[in-house]
Write a protein that binds this ligand. Structure first.
Ligand SMILES: NC(=O)c1ccc[n+]([C@@H]2O[C@H](COP(=O)([O-])OP(=O)(O)OC[C@H]3O[C@@H](n4cnc5c(N)ncnc54)[C@H](O)[C@@H]3O)[C@@H](O)[C@H]2O)c1
Length: 508
């Protein structure tokens, strides 16, 4: 244990108010980092119970060999139950993790100001309230900041340090310093709705709902495609895990707090399902069904036999068409390798940003014989898209051949940007706009998203991997198609794509 001393500039004595899920987690890591922790809860006995629970957790870690017994004993000895708020008098920092209610938090901070020294920092773990609004009724609003941890606190190694409009910079500096001492990455964030992590998460969830709402694909198909694009969990698996009682209000709240910004527009699908009680795992049924806490398997469509139709592949990008030829050959397909398709061939188009219909017409092909394959995400299950008039024979020829030569394809209806292209473009665009609004630095946005949301990369690095011009092209195509400002590209993206520089490039 690396006990802080006053000379490090790291607080040595911390108060935690609210000993529920979050307060316990924060108390545990603070005690393990050598701080003296005073734990208070308004519910009689709750803080003592939390102390026992933390001691139990630390003992289990010691039993598994993940913590030295001496470190466990030292951490437990740092935990003190505060019987009254007045016991927090000597704390240098107090973190509140009480009920998510503005008036309750304001009232608590005003009471704390009667107890602690004027130099004591008052930090809130709020996930959705304005830190500025909490600070505004304090006698010394400059000492109030957000300190937003994620659950489970000991494992989620990131914390948003939120500077309120009324905040003093050194308050955030001290909290950032403390966060590092606790083993967490501090992400310095402006006081904006959803801060970084909950704001950045809008792209994945709301665009997946758009795709579902438009009848493009079913939840399990969307999940498979996005897992194939590198996400640990598909968006609908995630909805089921979080519970719609939590996720739907967050979507509504961020949308409303941003004055109905179309990029964050929620969906009536989740509102209705919430009203129906289809919350997810916790209620036994969400987008999936659960029995004994385990997801029940979804029936998988059986791929058809490929048939005898030759398959022609668009040659617009020769390297790409060669790659698709390879997949088709592996499936034993008969290829039509002429520059233009023969009259009896099924055709594969490879659209970026366009739908299958537009891609077929742009190449002067017969849309009845066309199937589109998402060319960007060929490493996962191939996404196949038909036009509204694609014949079953052409569809089955391509589907059957790819099912033999690659991972089981996912067959969807027509969509500009397929599924993964448009969802990822939304994630990148929202990340770019957060950088544009200076909500956090580009590095911090990416760091917070990888640690807080578990994405394979942060939105800006993801945009660099896809290519800023490609992302811009996908968004422009979506914007033209839907004429919906939801898809308008962020100035941050437009400029960096034009300049040919990384999306992580900060302003000079
Ligand atoms: N649960 C999460 O995943 C999560 C993640 C990040 C942030 N948060 C935020 O952290 C805060 C706490 O959330 P939680 O999930 O730990 O809640 P919780 O319900 O598990 O715990 C809240 C605790 O606060 C106590 N309490 C309520 N009002 C109090 C008061 N005025 N004074 C003292 N104690 C009081 C309650 O008795 C309870 O023990 C909320 O602001 C929440 O939005 C939660």
């Amino acid at each position: 244990m690396n006990t802080p001393s006053a000379s490090d500039g790291i607080p040595t004595r911390i108060g935690i108010v609210g000993s529920g899920l979050m307060g316990r987690g924060i108390a545990q890591i603070a005690a393990q980092a050598g701080l003296t922790v005073h734990l208070f809860d308004k519910q009689p006995g709750a803080a003592a119970e939390a102390r026992s629970a933390i001691a139990g957790t630390l003992s289990r870690l010691a039993d598994k060999g993940k913590l030295a017994p001496a470190a466990r004993d030292a951490a437990v000895s740092q935990l003190q139950v505060a019987e009254t708020l007045a016991s927090l008098t000597g704390c240098e920092v107090v973190v509140e993790a009480i009920v998510e209610d503005l008036e309750a938090k304001r009232s608590l901070f005003r009471q704390l100001e009667e107890v602690v020294a004027d130099t004591c920092i008052l930090a809130t773990n709020t996930s959705s309230l304005s830190v500025t609004a909490i600070a505004s009724t304090c006698r010394l609003p400059g000492r109030v900041a957000g300190f937003h941890f994620f659950s489970p606190v000991p494992l989620m190694k990131v914390v948003e340090v939120i500077d309120s409009v009324l905040g003093e910079a050194q308050v955030g500096d001290t909290l950032a310093h403390l966060a590092r001492h606790l083993g967490h990455r501090p992400v310095r964030t402006r006081d904006t709705p959803g801060f970084v992590v909950n704001h950045a998460g809008r792209g994945y969830l709301t665009e997946a709902l758009r795709v579902l709402g438009e009848g493009i694909a079913e939840p399990a198909d969307i999940d498979r495609i996005l897992r194939g694009a590198g996400f640990r969990m598909g968006p609908f698996e995630l909805f089921d895990m979080i519970g719609l009682d939590v996720s739907h209000p967050v979507m509504e709240s961020i949308y409303e707090q941003y004055y109905q910004e179309p990029r964050y527009r929620p969906s009536p699908i989740t509102r209705q399902r919430l009203a129906a009680g289809l919350l997810g795992r916790k209620s036994g049924r969400g987008f999936y069904r659960y029995a004994d806490g385990k997801v029940m398997p979804e029936p998988q469509p059986t791929p058809p036999q490929p048939g005898s139709m030759p398959i022609w592949v668009s040659g617009r990008d020769p390297a790409l068409s060669e790659r698709v030829h390879g997949l088709l050959r592996a499936g034993g397909a008969q290829l039509d390798e002429q520059p233009r398709p023969g009259s009896g061939s099924a055709c594969i188009v490879l659209p970026v940003g366009q739908d299958a219909t537009a891609a077929a017409l742009a190449e002067g092909l017969d849309p009845r014989r066309c199937v589109a394959l998402d060319p960007i995400f060929l490493d996962g299950p191939p996404t196949l898209m038909r036009t509204p008039v694609t014949t079953p024979a052409a569809r089955d020829a391509v589907w059957g051949a790819l099912a033999r030569g690659a991972a089981q394809p996912v067959l969807i209806h027509d969509s500009p940007g397929c599924v993964a292209q448009r969802v990822l473009a939304m994630i990148v665009n929202i990340g770019c706009d957060m950088a544009q609004q200076r909500i956090a630095t580009p590095d911090d946005i990416d760091g917070a998203v990888t640690l807080g949301l578990g994405y394979p990369q942060g939105p800006l690095a993801l945009g660099d991997r896809l290519g800023a011009t490609t992302v811009l092209h996908i968004l422009d195509a979506l914007h033209d198609f839907y004429r919906d400002p939801r898809y308008r590209p962020s100035p941050w993206l437009i400029r960096r794509a034009r300049l040919g520089v990384s999306l992580l490039t900060p302003e000079a």
